[in-house]
Design a binder for this molecule. Sequence first.
Ligand code: HEC
Ligand code: HEC
Ligand code: HEC
Ligand code: HEC
Length: 412
Amino acid sequence: MGRHPGNPVRVSSQSPLPARPCKGRPDFDECAAWSGDAGARRTGTGLWATRVRIVMAAALLCGLVVLSGCEQPQSVQWGYRGTSMIHLDKPGRLESTGNLHAIPPPEPRDPPDPTIPLAGEVNQNVQVLNDLDALEFARLMQAISVWVAPEQGCVYCHNTENLASDEKYTKLVSRSMLKMTRQINEYWKTHVAGTGVTCWTCHRGQPVPSDIWFTDPGPKTASATLLGRGGQNTAGIQTIANAALPYDPLTPFLAADNAIAVQGTTALPTGNRKSIKQTEWTYALMMYISNSLGVNCTYCHQTRSMGVWEQSTPQRVTAWHGIRMVRELNNAFLLPLQPLYPGERLGAKGDAPKVGCSTCHKGVFKPLYGVSMLGDYPELARVMTERRPRMEQPTPEAPAAAEGAGAPGPNP
Ligand code: HEC
Ligand code: HEC
Ligand code: HEC
Ligand code: HEC
């Protein structure tokens, strides 16, 4: 029985990675292809046939070794005994993503000096970061370049002849991104805790972050037009882990705020009008969420009754806040940027790029394994002084999970 990196038994949020069983070996697919090749040569006779048999035996053995080392899922008991809350994961799944979850070294920092003027005083057009001193400001510009546009540098957002100019859309978008990052860190602690996010959490050295999404206009098939499938059950869509479920659950649930709950709360039918079709939309969203975090349904649910909060894990409450956070980010920050973007950045329906769970998480239970970068960049955690008015933020009412629910039971 192995340990999942998300297992809260580990106190450290920096979960060490599982061992690397496959390093230096051909991976499973290569090995399978190789044994298939050996099988194809089985036409020989005599000594040759024996050789082929040896090769095949070796291939089979190799397949077995690779299968046992690589493909066998690890399981972790994730809920109380007898609740079947088992977490399954493939060892090596996270390592195959290489450096994706690493963090660039922080920019060097001078000790704080109150005599240094504020960035807003020495520059002409600072609208967001005017609570930073000029040195902190320059340091952050350097860091932003590394996080968002390491190849292009300052010119990605600036006309370097005139740094105050707002002629590039990327600078205008960045201003909004700065506000959004502070908004997440200051007002969504219910989701991001003290860990928080920086530009790196989403961008990882790319101007356009991975795992962004657009409203999906749907496949252009004759049957879709004739039968009007209403977005239902199209297999092979990666967003929902290739399940045959509605193909775009993100627009109704992560941009709009359609109700996700579908289950009746009483034993006998007492007026719950939710249909199987609606349930499929909920399941499609849940496939997306599980896939984004690299977890099973049992990471959040006791599957005998998905809807019951008292039997859900604390992670489900974090996810509940996450859904609300993502809706706000899309509606308050990302969708309004639509007029700024050049056409090639927009979706098939002309909509602006949006964030989902995987834009930050990228297949991991906590982005960057829960390592915080805010200690090195406290100016992104919040507005630094009281000189500027705070943004208003109503806190949505949250359901509470049972105390201790989801805590892993003793290992049997
Ligand atoms: C990803 C976009 C981005 C990159 C890359 C970037 N900047 Fe900026 N820069 C901004 C934004 C946004 C502002 C305005 C901040 C505000 O309004 O609070 C700004 C403002 C400035 C200003 C203030 C200009 C004025 O007079 O108002 C200076 C100076 C500056 N940046 C220097 C740099 C340097 C030097 C680099 C390269 C090391 C750099 N920036 C890289 C987005 C960027
Ligand atoms: C929650 C995720 C998230 C965070 C955090 C974030 N961004 Fe973005 N950013 C996006 C998305 C989504 C887009 C839209 C992608 C596109 O432009 O196609 C974007 C686009 C941009 C672009 C435009 C790139 C282009 O070529 O179109 C810039 C520049 C940018 N972000 C800078 C920043 C800066 C600077 C920060 C930190 C202050 C930051 N972002 C933080 C999600 C994020
Ligand atoms: C990361 C946590 C998380 C994971 C993983 C997850 N869910 Fe959910 N699930 C939630 C949250 C949060 C809600 C409630 C959403 C809301 O009402 O806003 C929910 C709601 C549901 C509901 C509706 C419950 C009701 O009251 O009607 C069903 C059904 C469901 N999930 C099934 C699944 C299935 C099946 C999987 C695995 C494919 C899964 N979930 C994986 C967090 C999760
Ligand atoms: C803006 C970036 C961002 C987005 C978008 C985001 N998350 Fe998170 N999420 C985080 C951070 C950061 C943490 C780590 C918080 C901590 O250290 O406790 C986290 C933690 C979690 C956890 C707790 C994991 C654990 O093991 O304790 C769950 C569950 C989760 N997120 C689900 C979601 C879901 C579901 C969505 C999409 C609806 C989502 N997140 C979208 C940044 C994000």
